[in-house]
Write a protein of this length. Structure first.
Length: 462
RNA sequence: GUGGUUAUAGCUCAGUUGGUUAGAGCAUCAGAUUGUGGUUCUGAGGGUCGCCGGUUCGAACCCGGUUAGCCACCCCA
């Protein structure tokens, strides 16, 4: 038997890692609940045609497809060979594969809303915490199986939703100790206006793909790329002006207006950005005030082309080298893809695995995430352990997490077990203590030891 | 999907131009220590050098392939 292994880009999570991940997930879940979102889960796999074509050309390639069963059925051999020929030509492949692992949580959610819109009361606010899969090559901060935590509101056009989602981001990252995260916002309407002015609405993808790379490749390379994508010198010089816009949020908006304000879409986009950023400038509203962490970034584009309004992207603090740890945006008509038009929505996503890596690197996990067992009873022999076992049972009834060491081993070994499991207290009961109905309680963090009566132990606050 | 790089004990890593029986630290186990660990000392176990093939009298080392990790590109959380 060959050495066992797991598929590329997947991971096992040991006890310590699960505890830390749970800490992150619980923090996010608690904030979602705090804002009135309700849980939803969807299957690991979807029908392939639910997913195909929703994530752009690149996205389609990254969908994990599931092979149909029964391909080795001799009776169907001819048909299957013909189907496989189609696959080789990149055509319809339902004879070979018709299911796939889900690629994100937003499209399955849209599919769910489209299927159940008759039963849902709108606006419907749902959160979803589940793994997704991408057939990407693994590297830093990139896995083939990873968790997303999404919160979406559908059935409402109000900008108040965007405001609340910004508050959620702020609340979560503050609770996680990542107070110096950066939340960048932009509007697809502004980008659409830019495209309309520079060669037409259908150029929006060419333009956004190029300008999104600004901070990575620099302005000259961006101009180069725009040129190879067929934009004229005049158009590029408008985009150059657009890219040169910097400053505070107010300054950026003031510079955008003369450039795009004549365009209806541009005007709307600018007004929405203004309203959203302005919602957090009043210090005594009682709500989280992420004003200082909220940056309008005209170069933010985001790849998913179903976004139509405000778009979000969260960047880890600059002191760690990690890309985006969250993102989202408004989409006018996601369920329209599934035959139910007219349901607008807006949502955000947290990338738990990347957040984990960031917290690890910055050592921001609280020390007590590792505490499982609170108290360990030493095993000093048959009679002693039977006595200890009784006390342990009573403590457990009080909700104290405890264990009795499984064997009468050397102290050394029992201490090391406690240390390894990060158990803060041990109880040592020998012949003497048993006879006196007492016990020794040792705090391993401080090294202090006290002798208590059995009754006092049962009342002790661990 | 493209490119670079790495793979030696449970972990972190040495290993000379290719040369006899592949090493260290930590960890584990046993003992010094019969009821108070983390210090110290002594000893022990543990490796088909990622996998497959080739060159060679001889391969951990050179060559080809393959798998996996890491990194970058594309793209993205």
């Amino acid at each position: 038997m060959a050495k066992p292994s797991i598929p590329q880009g997947t991971r096992d999570f040991g006890p310590d890692v699960v505890r830390k991940r749970t800490y992150i997930l619980q923090t996010i879940r608690a904030v979602f609940e705090l804002y009135g979102f309700q849980p939803l889960e969807t299957p690991a796999m979807e029908n392939l045609d639910t997913l195909m074509g929703k994530y752009g050309e690149e996205g389609d390639k990254l969908i994990f497809k599931i092979l149909n069963n029964g391909l080795d059925n001799p009776a169907k051999e001819g048909q299957i060979r013909a189907d496989f020929e189609k696959v080789l030509q990149g055509k319809n492949s339902s004879g070979i594969t018709e299911r796939a692992l889900k690629y994100d949580l937003t499209i399955p959610f849209a599919r769910y809303v489209a299927m159940n819109h008759g039963q849902l009361s709108f606006p419907f606010k749902r959160y979803q915490i589940q793994p997704v899969w991408r057939a990407d090559r693994p590297q830093k901060g990139r896995y083939r199986e990873f968790y997303q935590c999404d919160a979406d509101v559908v059935g409402s056009q109000a900008l108040l939703n965007e405001v609340e989602l910004v508050s959620i981001y702020h609340e979560v990252f503050t609770r996680l100790g990542l107070a110096d995260y950066e939340l960048r916002i932009n509007s697809r309407k502004v980008l659409a206006a830019l495209a309309e002015i520079c060669g037409g609405a259908d150029r929006i993808t060419d333009i956004t793909v190029a300008i999104d790379k600004l901070d990575k490749i620099g302005p000259d390379k961006v101009k180069e790329e725009l040129s190879t994508r067929g934009l004229t010198g005049d158009q590029i010089s408008i985009i150059e002006k657009y890219l040169n816009i910097t400053g505070t949020n107010e300054e950026i908006l003031a510079s955008l207006s003369p450039l795009l304000g004549e365009n209806v879409s541009g005007k709307n986009g600018i007004a929405e950005l203004d309203k959203l950023a302005g919602a957090f400038t009043s210090p005594d509203s009682g709500h989280p005030t992420p004003g200082s962490r909220l940056f309008i970034d005209p170069t933010l584009a985001r790849g998913l082309n179903y976004y139509t309004g405000i778009i979000f992207e969260v960047k880890a603090p600059a002191r760690v080298k990690m890309g985006s740890i969250g993102g989202g945006g408004r989409y006018d008509d996601l369920t329209g893809l599934f035959g139910v038009p007219g349901i607008p929505g807006v949502g955000i996503s947290f990338g738990v695995d990347r957040i984990y890596d960031v917290l690890e690197e910055l050592q921001l996990f609280p020390a007590d995430v590792h505490v499982g067992t609170q108290v360990l009873f030493f095993n000093l022999g048959e009679a002693e352990s039977a006595y200890a076992f009784g006390l342990l049972g009573q403590l457990r009834q009080r909700g104290v997490r405890g264990e009795l060491f499984h064997e009468n081993s050397k102290f050394d070994k029992q201490f090391k077990y406690a240390e390894k499991k990060n158990i803060p207290f041990v109880v040592i009961i020998g012949e003497k203590e048993m006879a006196g109905n007492s016990c020794n309680l040792k705090n391993l963090r401080t090294g202090e030891q006290q002798t208590l009566s059995a009754a006092a132990l049962l009342q002790y606050t661990f």
